[in-house]
Design a binder for this molecule. Structure first.
Ligand SMILES: C[S@@+](CC[C@H](N)C(=O)[O-])C[C@H]1O[C@@H](n2cnc3c(N)ncnc32)[C@H](O)[C@@H]1O
Length: 400
């Protein structure tokens, strides 16, 4: 099993890495502050994909992989609302916030800030009309302002933070990795993202420690690393010292983003749930029926749990298990917000819930032994040991 894991890790390491596509010698202030990462593929993998897809198609796939999703996917809680009602409310809210010039499917504006949302539409796949897509816009060229030839003040955020920012979030304190010296509340800052790079030992990591001071000059060890990774402009909400001293709060308020999608934070609470389409499809494919009893063994934050409960029309029981106490409380809160009473929650390490030593060696017919060996931790245990789940023909198993 360990051998298999090491092999998968080795493949991942050699698969691709992100790099800026400007030769160092050509960099200057005018090209520096932009978003243009490219993927550098392992030559063997690249050759394989070019053969499989053709050079042009592969190049487009490679570019698309450097961009965030251009839409947000919302699951409507059909027990409380309808897709049409949600679309109407969202259009109203975004119009009030000056984010679009509203018309369903066709919403464009004149000023930059009006171009955030391109369209809001219902999913067209039969049976999935409870899914609503909000399409954002980008990439946008950001004007970072002229600092009379001097380097701009800057903030570097983690990749996870940047992904959230490009989906409408603000930069919170834990997301900040590095900041220029002398940044004060109210200062304009250029925000870039630190992407993990593969090191000489083959491992991945960020080569900076939290709290690093950015110098802005070419002598700065991270200067070239952040070229092509600028995700927008912001206003500092606290001083540099505050960013690394505070334990929470908005560190910088994003004013312009290279990709724009609205934030759904605190929006239509209980009526909608922001959830990626594959997660929605997973619950949909399970086809849960009212009155059934369904076990979700790694349930928090409760996305699939609540999707399943809604599809069951809140009749029957969804047993939601998670090993984290606080996360279980989160599932309970979400269920209450969504008005779902058929969910029972347990704080439990699912590894300890598996009953060992059942009679048969058989595995669920959806997984081969090879599949099982490539799965880590809990899933491997669930499938590979002679356990209850693998021998009970009534159990439908979904790995998510
Ligand atoms: C990716 S999240 C699951 C997302 C969730 N299924 C959803 O759709 O919203 C993984 C969760 O599994 C939980 N988890 C990981 N190992 C576990 C274990 N051994 N027993 C119970 N929960 C576990 C983690 O606490 C975490 O909340």
């Amino acid at each position: 099993m360990q051998k298999g894991r090491d092999f998968v890790k080795a493949i991942c390491r050699s698969f691709f890495t992100l790099r800026s596509n400007t030769p160092i010698s050509l960099m200057d202030q005018s090209t520096r502050y932009r978003y243009s990462p490219t993927l550098k593929w392992n030559p063997m993998v690249e050759e394989y994909f070019i053969k499989a897809y053709g050079a042009d198609h592969f190049s487009r796939i490679s570019t698309a992989l450097t961009h965030p999703s251009c839409y947000s996917c919302i699951r409507v809680n059909t027990l409380k609302s309808t897709s049409d009602a949600v679309i109407e409310k969202l259009l109203e809210i975004f119009k009030e916030r000056g984010m679009c010039n509203v018309a369903v499917q066709e919403c464009t504006g004149s000023a930059e800030s009006l171009k955030a949302i391109k369209s809001i539409s219902k999913c067209q796949y039969p049976g999935l009309d409870y899914v609503v897509f909000v399409k954002g816009s980008g990439p946008h060229a950001i004007h970072y302002g002229d600092n009379e030839g001097k380097p701009l003040k800057e903030v570097i955020v983690s990749r996870k933070c940047a992904e959230a920012v490009l989906r409408g979030a603000q930069v919170y304190v834990p997301g900040v990795l590095a900041c220029s010296a002398h940044v004060e509340r109210g200062d304009a800052v250029a925000v870039s993202v630190a992407v993990e790079q593969s090191g000489p030992d083959g491992g991945w990591g960020i080569a900076m420690t939290r709290g690093t001071v950015l110098q802005g000059s070419q002598a700065d060890p991270y200067y070239f690393e952040r070229d092509g990774f600028y995700i927008g402009q912001a206003t500092a909400m606290m001083s540099r010292a505050g960013m690394f001293r505070a334990s929470e709060g908005v560190a910088v308020d994003m004013k312009e983003r290279v990709f724009r999608l609205p934030s759904f934070y605190d929006l239509l609470e209980g009526e909608i749930f922001l959830q990626n389409l594959p997660s929605i499809i997973t619950a949909h494919a399970l086809d849960p029926q009212p009155g059934e009893r369904i076990l979700d063994m790694c349930a928090a934050p409760g996305g699939k749990t609540t999707a399943i409960a809604s599809l069951m029309k809140d009749k029957g029981e969804v047993v939601a298990v998670d090993r984290s106490h606080n996360k279980v409380l989160g599932i309970q809160k979400l269920a209450a917000e969504m008005g779902l009473s058929c969910i029972t929650t347990y704080k439990l390490d699912a590894l300890k819930s598996v009953c060992h030593g059942a009679e048969s060696d058989s595995l669920p017919n959806t997984c081969s032994v090879e599949d099982v060996q490539s799965i880590d931790g809990f899933d491997a245990k669930l499938l590979s040991e002679k356990n209850y789940m693998s021998v009970n023909p009534d159990v439908r198993l979904v790995i998510t």
